[in-house]
Write a protein that binds this ligand. Structure first.
Ligand SMILES: *Cc1c(COP(=O)(O)O)cnc(C)c1O
Length: 371
């Protein structure tokens, strides 16, 4: 949309209709060709997308599943993580990161974040490691890769499995390597609002471990490698052909879209620098993919109200850190245990950012914030 001064605004956090308008002809053709093919589950498009995404990440194997949550779940199960095991992760993330750990019967152990990047702090991870610790799930929050060099050092030192929750970071990178290529495996989500989103749910695991990739293929199809012969219990967790066809069209646009997000994030950050609204920090500016543009301020409530009054969408990601969620009451964390995550949860909010957002609107949003 083009903003005219004095007119009322209606700016969403992300504009998926605008994105669709830009690629409608190609998407429609891809979807119709699946409809006409008569093959809707685990066929050519899923297989092709798996190859394309593996190549994109620079990792040998990829397995499409039903969601990012299932990617985490099946991955943990394929590695044999379960009862009696502890998995260290961040308290400042979407719930699914920890939910998958609990679902396989293991215990999530929360380590505090670095207040500058909002990602899990490797020094805090090390404090939580004991004889039960089997794995670490770092989350590349808001599209910025966690401190993977330090985390992989811990992995070697203590013999820990590392599964990247890269659901918010497809195409992000750090020091020349892509998100998904640092750990033993990585999980992606194709939820519609993610940087590479389908028109429904979907997910993918990437890994260099051939055996684990094969296990996840079996788990996603009811524990069977050969139809009607079952070697284990599994799931019905497949990426479907229509979503894969859509995602193949969108994957070709991903780098361009991510570059546009970076450009627009750069403008916001320039305009906000030096104010009491702190823009996101990026160590390696060209590799943050700004899944969300999240700022922090002690005046969050007042600023969000001002945006809403002016027709600008805004939201809090995430208001309750996971260690203080009701479901984890039995883990016995207290307010104050993970102070940086708690402070971030109390001060941060997202403002609109998407590839189609225009500069006039961005400038108006900042004007509202600073008024
Ligand atoms: C979106 C997301 C997930 C879950 O993905 P779904 O496809 O919605 O199941 C997991 N972790 C993080 C960090 C996410 O942002």
């Amino acid at each position: 949309m083009k903003y005219k001064r004095g007119s009322s605004m209606n700016v969403p956090l992300i504009d998926l209709q605008a994105q669709y308008r830009g690629i409608a002809a190609e998407i429609n053709e891809a979807v119709i060709s699946v409809l006409e093919s008569g093959r809707y589950i685990l066929s050519d498009n899923v297989e092709a997308l798996e190859k394309e995404l593996a190549a994109y990440c620079g990792v040998p194997y990829a397995v499409g599943v039903a969601s990012g949550t299932d990617a985490l779940l099946l991955c943990l199960e394929a590695y044999g993580i379960g009862f009696g095991d502890e998995v260290v992760t961040t308290p400042y993330t979407f719930f699914a990161s920890a939910e998958a750990i609990s679902r396989v019967g293991a215990v999530p152990v929360f380590a505090d974040i670095d207040p500058v990047t909002f990602n899990i702090d490797p020094r805090q991870i090390e404090k939580k490691i004991n004889a039960k610790t089997k794995a670490v799930i770092p989350v590349h929050l808001f599209g910025q890769v966690a401190d993977m060099e330090a985390i992989m050092d811990l992995s070697e030192k203590y013999g820990l499995l590392v599964i990247e929750d890269a659901c918010q970071a497809i195409g992000a990178g750090r020091r020349g390597k892509k998100a998904g290529s640092f750990g033993h495996a990585a999980c992606f989500s194709f939820f519609p609002t993610k940087n590479l989103g389908g028109y429904g749910d979907g997910g993918m695991v990437v890994t260099a471990d051939k055996k684990v990739a094969a296990k996840i293929r079996i788990l996603r199809a009811h524990g069977s490698a050969v139809k009607y012969y079952h070697q284990s219990h599994g799931y019905n967790s497949r990426l479907d052909e229509i979503q894969a066809a859509v995602l193949r069209v969108k994957l070709k646009q991903l780098d361009r879209w991510n570059a546009l997000r970076r450009e627009k994030a750069g403008l916001y950050s320039n305009l906000l620098n030096g104010t009491d609204i702190i823009p996101p920090f990026s160590m390696d500016e060209d590799r943050h993919i700004y899944h969300l543009y999240v700022v922090r301020s002690k005046r969050r409530g007042e600023l969000m109200a001002k945006l809403r009054e002016n027709g600008v969408a805004t939201a809090v990601y995430y208001p309750v850190p996971l260690h203080l969620q009701e479901v984890y009451r039995s883990l016995d964390y207290r307010a104050g245990d993970l102070p940086e995550a708690e402070r971030a949860a109390g001060e941060t909010f997202a403002i609109p950012l998407y590839p189609e957002l225009v500069e006039d609107v961005q400038r108006e949003i900042v004007r509202i914030l600073l008024s």
